[in-house]
Design a protein around this ligand. Structure first.
Ligand code: SME
Length: 151
């Protein structure tokens, strides 16, 4: 489905105050994973208190052992320190990469900012090689901004 068409769905989930923040984050993961065929694992990581590590939040997809990721490690840990989007067209070409599943071919990680601070990220794995474009980056930046508004 066209990414633009998902924006109203994301907006209605985020503004649903009947649901807890975690329920809304999980619903965002479900919408993304079920409507975009090359989004095969969708989850949130957040800074774990005052530790320099990320902790897994709500996600959809295969369970992962990587519930805690130190800053600097893997694609996610690098985004925690760079504060920049990280698009990986081919994970096999990355040295600093944490494999969660052998089916994963590519990954995109977009940071979430609250009051200018990088407090977490959305992480999406794909079983397709090189599927992400600038449209995914802009769309996921929108998703992260909406998520930030309820954190
Ligand atoms: N591949 C990530 C680890 C998290 S999993 O994709 C769920 C990384 O290299 O940071």
């Amino acid at each position: 489905m066209a990414l633009e068409k998902l924006k109203p769905l994301i907006n209605s989930i985020i503004s649903d105050q009947e649901r807890s923040v975690d329920e809304r984050l999980l619903a965002v993961c479900e919408v993304l994973e079920s409507h975009v065929d090359y989004y095969n694992w969708v989850g949130f990581y957040f800074k774990n208190g005052d530790k320099n590590e990320l902790k897994l939040g709500p996600y959809v997809g295969a369970p992962t052992d990587h519930t805690i990721i130190p800053f600097g490690k893997g694609i996610c840990g690098q985004v925690a320190v760079s504060n920049k989007n990280f698009v990986v067209p081919d994970v096999s070409a990355q040295d600093n990469y944490i494999a969660c599943s052998i089916t994963v071919k590519s990954e995109i990680v977009i940071p979430i900012f609250v009051n200018g601070k990088n407090i977490g990220q959305i992480d999406i794995d794909s079983n397709t090689i090189d599927p992400f474009t600038e449209k995914d980056e802009r769309f996921l930046e929108f998703v992260c901004a909406r998520v930030a508004s309820i954190l």
